[in-house]
Design a binder for this molecule. Structure first.
Ligand code: TPP
Ligand code: MG
Length: 521
């Protein structure tokens, strides 16, 4: 085998089974190694932001490291916005970047750049493979680092082309690693009992405690444990906004999701005297505004940390419930069936009502709805599903890539992408990979023909614009159905809830991707 084969073997032994790739000449040997490997499914993506976003979505659903293969500094740079989202989501994405042959770097050829400096801010580790003899272990360690660093997240491996083409002996024997089905808990276990006792003591002395849930996976069990603990101490459990993965449905306890705008976020904590941070940091406002502060929780409110972002949240909350001597909150069996709205224009509220009725049990709903994110609230009354927020790091354009990766990770689950139009335009190339891989993704493209959230922020800032030139997308109109057809994704345009419901039923029942342009008033 050569260094490229060894690197791929190491990644496979570290848990990688899927690669979202956009390679070039410096990755030729890696392309050949992937071609020789039966252990990795390779998915070609037509833009690097699709690779990183798809790997993010894949990792969130499959709960194992997902690989991307990218071309030197420029190709990698194209992936960074969604890699930033992946880092904020604590997703174990392993980025493999081919670099020039070691001796060719000194020539400063056109594609030469400082890849390490590009990678550092978006990675939990950056490794440059020194020689072919190290390739296997560097691959294995990168996959491991994505899961076991202080926080889970992106690991970057830079591999010079001469390392890839150099022959090596077979992989080192007996080094195969396997990870458990759950994301590992990176907290110091020895500190666990003391931390549980401190949190329990704080809860006992609080009058109005809030348990704030966040991190890589706010699952059903975590919410049921948290609801029980909160009830015992006369408090509330909340879920942090824009979370990587949030299980939802009518059977679960109703936990409020912390809102986006500062006044909404602050209102959620207004009466709290204690906040227990469960897998998340203390919340801050998304942006700074004149004469305002960053904090959401008052300085006089006590905070205690239960566990870190990549901890096994449900496990920690179960332990806490044990100390507090409470049983898990039951599932609600008597869940009234939501009703379709009478035929009406498509707004956040009516779309939410349609989604609450038609989202199937077990679906994955990717949320890049932005100014229409209110449509997600009614889904709490629908069937059990998984919500993935695309913009965990605030960078738009992750929705379609995330949906692609989620669909590849879970081919048996229907995926619904609730997708704002401006954000869709950043990474539309994901449609082609969805068509090629026949992913079961139904996209609801929210065509409001503007950067509406910017209009909202502008109004809140009291700014009057002379023209809408920098926020209006309606001139010329974007034909989403034609664009989808261009990528071999069938679609339809609808402008009322009856036709939206029909189209959604059709999209869910038909294999492969389907795009519904929801024309909004
Ligand atoms: C990578 C990146 N570029 C730019 C922005 C700034 N930005 C935030 S929202 C937005 C417009 C979103 O418009 P659209 O997706 O149509 O959603 P809408 O506001 O209409 O609901 C822009 C450009 C961002 N957050 N991330
Ligand atoms: Mg828009």
């Amino acid at each position: 085998m050569n260094g490229a084969d060894a690197l791929i073997a190491g990644l496979v032994d570290g848990g990688v089974d899927t690669c979202f790739a956009n390679p070039g000449t410096t990755e030729l040997q890696l392309v050949a190694a992937l071609d020789r490997s039966d252990a990795v499914r390779s998915v070609l993506c037509l833009a690097e932001g699709v690779c990183s976003g798809a790997a993010d979505g894949y990792a969130r659903i499959a709960r194992k490291p997902a690989m991307t293969l990218l071309h030197l500094g420029p190709g990698f740079a194209n992936s960074l916005a969604n890699l930033h989202n992946a880092k904020r989501a604590a997703s174990p994405v392993v980025t493999v970047i081919g670099d020039h042959a070691t001796w060719h770097l000194a020539a400063d050829a056109p594609l030469t750049s400082d890849i390490e400096s590009l990678a550092a801010p978006m990675s939990v580790t950056v490794t440059r493979v020194a020689d072919a003899a190290h390739a296997y272990l560097d691959g294995c360690s990168a996959a491991g680092a994505s899961l076991f660093a202080a926080s889970t997240g992106p690991a970057t491996v830079i591999v010079p082309q001469d390392v890839c083409w150099t022959e090596v002996a077979d992989r080192p024997a007996g080094t195969s690693l396997t990870w458990g089905p759950d994301w590992p808990d990176n907290l110091d276990h020895a500190g666990g009992p003391a931390r549980l006792a401190a949190v329990h003591e704080a809860l006992r002395s609080a009058h109005r405690p809030v348990l704030l849930l966040g991190g890589a996976h706010v699952d059903a069990e975590a919410q049921r444990w948290a609801a029980a603990v909160a009830e015992k101490f006369g408090g509330r459990a909340l879920v942090a906004g824009l979370g990587p993965r949030h299980d939802r449905g009518a059977e679960l306890p109703t936990l409020e999701v912390v809102g986006y705008f500062p006044e909404h976020a602050r209102a959620a904590f207004a009466d709290a005297d204690l906040v227990v941070l469960c897998g998340t940091r203390a919340p801050v406002t998304f942006f700074g505004y004149p004469d305002d502060v960053s904090t959401v929780i008052g300085d006089d409110v006590r905070r205690v940390e239960l566990c870190s972002t990549s901890a096994h949240l449900a496990g920690w909350l179960e332990q806490l419930a044990g100390v507090a001597e409470v049983a898990m909150a039951p599932l609600t069996s008597d869940v009234g069936a939501p009703q379709l709205p009478s035929n009406s224009p498509i707004t956040a509220a009516t779309l939410g009502a349609v989604l609450a009725v038609l989202t199937p049990e077990g679906a994955i709903v990717v949320n890049e709805a932005l100014s229409n994110a209110g449509c997600m609230a009614p889904l709490a009354h629908g069937a059990m599903h998984i919500e993935l927020s695309a913009t965990t790091g605030g960078a738009i354009g992750n929705g379609l890539p995330c949906a692609l990766g989620a669909a590849i990770a879970a081919p048996d689950r229907p995926v619904i992408a609730v997708q704002a139009d401006g954000s869709a335009a950043y990474s539309l190339q994901a449609l082609w990979s969805m068509a090629r891989e026949q992913c079961n993704v139904t996209i609801i493209l929210l065509s409001n023909r503007r950067y509406a959230i910017l209009d909202v922020e502008m109004k809140r800032a009291g700014t009057q614009l002379r023209s809408q030139k920098l926020t209006d997308l309606g001139d010329p109109q974007i034909d989403w159905v034609a664009l989808a057809a261009g990528f071999s994704v069938p679609g339809i345009s609808v402008n009322d809830t009856d036709s939206l419901a029909d189209a959604l039923r059709y999209g869910l029942a038909t294999p492969g991707p389907y795009l519904i342009e929801a024309a909004m008033p």
